[in-house]
Write a protein that binds this ligand. Structure first.
Ligand code: ZN
Ligand code: FE
Ligand code: FE
Ligand code: ZN
Length: 268
């Protein structure tokens, strides 16, 4: 199987990934991928916002390292992306980031819900015992819907990230993700199939098949990402992800160049 483009990979600039971009590209070539994209965690306006992203003065170096890898691997399409945190009130900052470099795509990700807590931070996992899961999920999908509505992003990352530690959304969650998917459909923003979930306690691709089926019915486009934080994670479980997409009804996936989307058939 020729894998679809892997649009979600990190670099050591975020302090929790290993391997230089060239090592990720080499792994992609080894697996027969035709297209990849780097999407490291974006800087915030305040460099001390948290400890898992590059500083703003490192952004130019990040871009240069991706473009340099592009030149070193002419057999591979290498796209320039960024995984941008969506928080309400950050819209102007995100617009500024978008204007600075010739991005091929921006992934909008919600990690922070209601204040300064990232739902997926292992160091702050105990916060899950202090809040009601249904409130966490509701806050999460509310922010995700806002993120899609801004049209600041080409792709929405790991759409049901709060399941990471194994807490699946409560039964009433259809009511939570439906508005998100309707907004994604109206904005024609792509939803990412992220295989990192298979490497976490939830042991499941983000998003769930239930979400993906609804997304397909609503005509929401999809793309693929390994969320690689190490070279050996590039393209990981992509055959499963393609099967996951097909079983939800999808026949095509999105590719991006200079923030323009095109639709390509899924591999057979
Ligand atoms: Zn990360
Ligand atoms: Fe993320
Ligand atoms: Fe990521
Ligand atoms: Zn991620």
């Amino acid at each position: 199987m020729v894998y679809p483009a892997d649009y979600h990979m990190h670099t050591p600039l975020c302090h929790h990934a290993s391997g230089e971009p060239a090592a990720y590209a080499a792994q992609a070539v080894k697996l027969g991928l035709k297209e990849i994209g780097f999407s490291d965690h974006s800087p915030m306006r305040a460099d001390d916002f948290d400890n898992w992203r590059m500083r703003f003065d490192q952004l130019g170096g990040y871009v240069e390292s991706v473009l340099q890898t592009r030149r070193a691997f002419p057999q591979l399409n290498i796209r320039l992306g960024l995984e941008v945190d969506y928080l309400p009130g950050h819209e102007l900052w995100i617009q500024e980031l978008a204007s600075l470099y010739p991005w091929d795509y921006l992934i909008g990700s919600v990690h922070y819900v209601s204040g300064d807590w990232e739902v997926d931070n292992p160091a702050r996992r105990e916060e899950w015992t202090r809040r009601k899961p249904e409130e966490i999920w509701a806050d999460y999908f509310k922010r995700l819907t806002q993120a899609a509505a801004t049209r600041l992003f080409d792709i929405i990352g790991h759409a049901d990230l709060p399941k990471k530690f194994g807490c699946q959304p409560p039964a009433q969650c259809q009511a939570m993700f439906e508005p998100f998917l309707q907004t994604a459909s109206a904005s024609q923003v792509t939803v990412e199939l992220n295989t990192a979930g298979l490497r976490k306690d939830c042991r499941e691709i983000y998003p769930s098949r239930e979400i993906l089926r609804s997304a397909c019915v609503l005509g929401v486009p999809i793309s693929f990402g390994s969320d690689a934080h190490a070279p050996e994670e590039v393209g990981m479980n992509f055959a499963d992800a393609v099967g996951w997409a097909r079983s939800a009804g999808y026949t095509h996936s999105s590719q991006f160049e200079q923030r323009r989307r095109c639709s390509v058939p899924l591999p057979a």
